[in-house]
Design a protein around this ligand. Structure first.
Ligand code: S3P
Length: 445
């Protein structure tokens, strides 16, 4: 299937007679971003297999190139990063992180205490997202950050300044805020302690550990020993990044809810802080088998294969501490809820309102438009499934990649075609999504 970027701006997905096959989903976005950032300030050349070459992660690499790193992919898609060896160059012009909230927030942390001045910006969606949540702890550490957008939003002008260690209790369960503080803490004088009220994804901790960076973990407290304005000495390293469970989740739900679904996802990351979607689907009655693979020295985290077959799904309640560990899977879990017998409730998920779009509003609007009974709540939604008829129709991605892909899966499960407007955003996290949909037996125009 060959589609140009322009043609991709609208996609029509047809109901599919079967959904089966085997795929490795594309590489983990969170790990790609962290490894991309840290290898770029490292010594020598790091090699990365499975790096996600999506718009978000490429924006991070481009920003790091503007700070002095060099990167290239070989013919097999392996990424080579020539690090700056610690000293970053002052960039010419603003660093444009596109749609990448992780990129902008983590890079702000990395730059806050280093002797560089830079402006970090992004697309319209990113410039609407809250940056006060990172500015607050960074400013307490002594950082100088000027938000040029209204209401403490990007563009952010960061003037690298000597930082001091602090103790900071995260007011929101956010791995991005935690990771931003951990990166800034490396350049501070003294110790920084970050306290997490609810556990969030811990990829930064895994990458720090692999690189021998000075930090320790005790229950919900992360302590980083600051190295001052020269920052850390990051060794070069060879990495292999597993598939992204957030991308795999689209096919997990598609196969579970389809009458004739049987899909195997290979080499998917199985970090326990990311796998709550598997537990929720099991609770909904999905038939899932997970087989872990052996981890070698390049694999920074556990990974394995997930086999999922059709089943009759039933509603469930998703909330509490599991939310941060499936935050990006909530749009596709809303689709699972629409196909399940009984009520599915998503609660405690206010964070969805400040993602690439307001995902509570985007998903409720789209599902309602397609005849699903769904009620919007402040912190989630209540879905009454199963939609008795799934008539198809036209919906919008609201510029949000995960909304676009969730609605495409709904199209595979419908009785008539679903057209999704503005689907070019899928490039941000899963450029092979449409090809994979076709590989599994789906049809898209
Ligand atoms: C991410 C953390 C999550 C997630 C985002 C990626 C990360 O955001 O939604 O897509 O890589 O750290 P928050 O930590 O802000 O919830």
């Amino acid at each position: 299937m060959t589609m140009s970027i322009q043609q991709r701006n609208e996609a029509t997905v047809h109901p599919s007679a079967r959904l089966s096959g085997t795929l490795p989903p594309s590489g983990d976005k969170s790990l790609s971003n962290r490894i991309g950032l840290l290898a770029s300030i490292g010594k020598g050349i790091s090699r990365v297999e499975g790096f996600l070459a999506s718009a978000d992660c490429i924006a991070v690499l481009k920003a790091m190139e503007a700070l002095g790193a060099r990167t290239h992919f070989d013919r097999d898609g392996e990424l080579f990063i020539h690090g700056t060896g610690g000293k970053m160059m002052p960039p010419v012009g603003p660093l444009d992180l596109g749609n990448s909230g992780t990129g902008l927030r983590l890079l702000t942390g990395l730059l806050a205490g280093s002797p560089v001045t830079a402006t970090l910006t992004g697309d319209a969606s990113l410039c609407r997202r809250p940056m006060g949540r990172i500015m607050e702890p960074l400013e307490r550490m002594g950082a100088r950050i000027a938000a040029q957008g209204k209401g403490r939003c990007a563009p952010l002008q960061v003037t690298g300044t000597p930082l001091k260690g602090i103790t900071y209790e995260l007011p929101v369960a956010s791995a991005q805020v935690k990771s931003c503080c951990m990166l800034a803490a490396l350049y501070a004088k003294g110790t920084t302690t970050i306290v997490e009220p609810t556990p969030t994804r811990d990829h930064t901790e895994h990458v720090f550990q692999r690189l021998g960076l000075p930090f320790s973990l005790e229950e919900n407290r992360i302590t980083v020993d600051g190295l001052g304005p020269d920052g850390p000495s990051v060794p070069s390293c060879n990495w292999r990044i597993p598939g992204d469970i957030s991308s795999a989740a689209f096919w997990l739900v598609a196969a579970a809810a389809h009458r004739r679904g049987a899909v195997t996802l290979e080499r998917v990351g199985l970090n326990p802080r990311r796998t709550a979607v598997i537990e929720v689907l099991k609770r909904m009655g999905a038939r899932i088998k997970v087989t872990t693979r052996k981890q070698d020295e390049k694999d920074v985290e556990p990974h394995g294969d997930i086999r999922i077959t059709s089943s009759k799904l039933k509603g469930t309640v998703i909330g509490g501490d599991e939310i941060p560990n499936l935050i990006d899977e909530l749009p596709i879990l809303a689709v699972a809820g629409a196909c399940a017998e009984g009520e599915t409730v998503i609660k405690d998920a206010q964070e969805l309102r400040v993602k690439e779009s307001d995902r509570i509003q985007s998903m409720c609007h789209n599902l309602l438009k397609l005849g699903v009974q769904v009620e919007e709540m402040d912190d989630g939604m209540r879905i009454h499934g199963p939609a008795s008829a799934r008539p198809g129709g036209v919906v919008d991605s609201f510029g949000d990649h995960r909304v676009a892909m969730a609605m495409a899966v709904y199209g595979l499960l419908s009785e008539a075609q679903v057209t999704i407007k503005r689907v070019d955003c899928v490039e941000t996290s899963y450029p092979a999504f449409w090809e994979d949909l076709v590989k599994l037996g789906g049809q898209v125009e």
